[in-house]
Design a protein around this ligand. Sequence first.
Ligand code: SF4
Length: 901
Amino acid sequence: MSIDADIAEPVGGRLGPGAVRTTCPYCGVGCGVRAERGAAGTVRVAGDPEHPANRGRLCAKGSALGETTGLAGRLLHPEIDGRRVGWNEALATVARRFAETQAEHGPDAVAFYVSGQLLTEDYYVANKLIKGFLGTANIDTNSRLCMASSVAGHRRAFGSDTVPGLYADLEGADLVVIVGSNLAWAHPVLYQRLAASKSARPAQRVIVVDPRRTATCEAADLHLALAPGTDVALFAGLLTHLDRAGRCDAGYVDRHTEGLEAALAAARAAAPDAAAAARLCSLPHHAVAAFYEDFARTERVVTIFSQGVNQSSSGTDKVNAIINCHLFTGRIGRAGMGPFSVTGQPNAMGGREVGALANQLAAHMSFEPDAVDRVARFWRAPRVATRPGLKAVDLFRAIEAGSVKALWIMATNPAVSLPDTNQVRRALAACPFVAVSDCMRETDTTAFAHVRLPALAWGEKDGAVTNSERVISRQRAFLPAPGAARPDWWIVSEVARRLGAGAAFAHRGPADIFREHAALSAFENDGTRDFDIGALADLSDADYARLAPTRWPCASRGGDGERFFAAGGFYTPDRRARFVPTPPAPPIHAPTADYPLRLNTGRVRDQWHTMTRTGLVPRLVEHRPGTTLEIHPSDAERHGLGPAAWARIESRWGGMIAEVETSSDVNPGDVFVPMHWNDQFAGNGCVNRLVNPETDAVSGQPELKHVPVRVAAWQPAWRAIILSRRRLMPRAEWWRSAPCDDHWRSELAGQSPPASGWSEIAALVAREGKTAALTEAGHADHRLAALDGAGRLAALVFFHAGDAALPIDAEWLGERFAAAALAPAECRALLTGRAPAPRPVRGPILCSCFAVGRDAILAAIGSGAVSLDAVGAATRAGTNCGSCRPEIGALIAAARQRSAA
Ligand code: SF4
């Protein structure tokens, strides 16, 4: 069964003809989605078969979009200091505090921190307000954490932030090199396109360069598990190998580039051959040699890269080391070849286009005097910023130091997502004025807000996004605005009006803003700037409403191609690309005797960023219900984790507690922890509290993937499980909380005396209703049930004084929340914690579309289903979105290995 066969329709049936065409709000693949409201407020979604990014596919997160549109937890009214207020009071307060701060402390005392979740129109007005009318470039976006090194690398090599290629190049390539990207989990539909291509054309090769063995390696012919931070050495060695192998495209290099000799000299000095590169990267020589030879002899090569390259103190050099190899071979801008950066966020590219990075001005222009003059004339702006502002990490340092005193955060959660979040939280607590625009009321960041501004969420918003292959797509509203929530562009424009800039922000809607954005891209642009969408500047409102996915460039003068740079035409003054010398540099903080392990962070398959939406969907949470420490078995033993269930992980910057998962997918010396969990879903579970705030000197992107840490067993004195109809926010040294159908499940553990742990939990649960307890005399274990006024189950708690797992069937108990009133005898039966008759064990969920557990898949494999299709036929797993197919493939491969042994 091919993936293509079944994925275009939602689980549960076809959508009607009136379904709205919109775009997924998660990753940078930018999949088209069809969505419609069903009966009783339900929302159904399906992949858009006409969208060029996905042609009907959706991953697990995209397939579950309809389950994220509820109003639970939404911020629906403006608030000042937690008090509900009207829009006028909230907007006037933001405008007044920004104006007063600038009047007293100067233009640079204020800042915006924005997000790749914003639509292009929101981004455009925020950038215009602060850079054109507040006179400071102190606006940075959380895209700084995601792809700033790619932006900087592109600009150094090409003179512009240009992604030269297309997704179709992955299918057209004979060799795809995936560097620092778990594409299968972070960009699942793109991975599925590649997997389908490789399956149809087995001669296509895939090489994965990543310190970890990830799900992406299921498609790999070769996996290079290099030492973290050594990518520059690997690609320096490749450049010297290509030179020695006579693979230089001399015609391309002579006509279209500058600086080869210096780059080659640096590469030769760093890694004169494959053996040297292998030593520097801690890789087997034969594997590096095989990679180099394959790259050298293959004309159609794409090198695709993501956060493993970007989130590094040498991120920009890594990008340029990759680009150097493609320029050297002339393999750029033609079908099936080129360097390819994929962005993490749905509109990271849109943010780059409007210029919402602190070191960009607007429309791919920087702060050169002629650009400042041009933008000032276009905006008719009185005081355009003339120099770059503070990048994200520096911005929060400046806030803590007191030089930035008013901050407006839009659609992002820096108290979780920035490195050294303890410092970020200190900065937010100390900042005299913090406004936060968000669609959720309770996040780790909104806790610091003086003013909360309710923004629209996906399904309610209207505007445009740009994906990683430069395709602009419309996000269209199909749900009404709830409560008093408003579009981000409206909120910014209303504040601008109250700051006296109303004439420049008199847009009637997103179409007006988009036309202005398109016109700026074309303003005095006669081919000297890559970003030109002038052909869209005259769209009527109706044209904008029905705008189909459109790839830029699309200049009004016409003549644009799909790819960039096949025939040169770079955006440097002499129109030649630049080779960049990239001497390898180790990560800034090396492991020490005190902190001997290297912490890597990243995504899990079914969660998105700080979980504000995906963390509320039971079938997404079930794939990974909590944060874990992935550690090699030898390191686990060496650091005393042995049979320990938990570890305390510490760096110089902070600490956390995580469940231990031993795995030989990580190399000895490396550990991995997911980035998503935070104070809303876990206690002591935020990994960025540990992450060092070092940044790449060129791009300002933090080194989120390399932190020296130490680990030690963490042994609790007690454990508990609470099942509750309402969401409770338990407190303990370690806890995690996850939604299930009809109830929430919270697990807790603490080192406090069991008696005090129990009394806190009992008090929390007793608030849920009338309780029935089961406590054996002289025993420190407790069981408690609470029934609401209607006699329905409100909460159940099981408490054990010790560190052993609680022997209860939480799945069966959870199903009892669907029941009507419980009789006392039934209630007592529940307190035994076990189903009356044995039930089949499902195991952790692998297929979230059809809730198929690992054990069921293993049983199918054991019964002879030894292909993906056979497992799909037996269990349905992997037959809808396909996101779980790499994990199923790994189980099949492991079973084959076992039977061959
Ligand atoms: Fe959304 Fe998944 Fe497509 Fe990314 S790959 S845009 S998360 S459906």
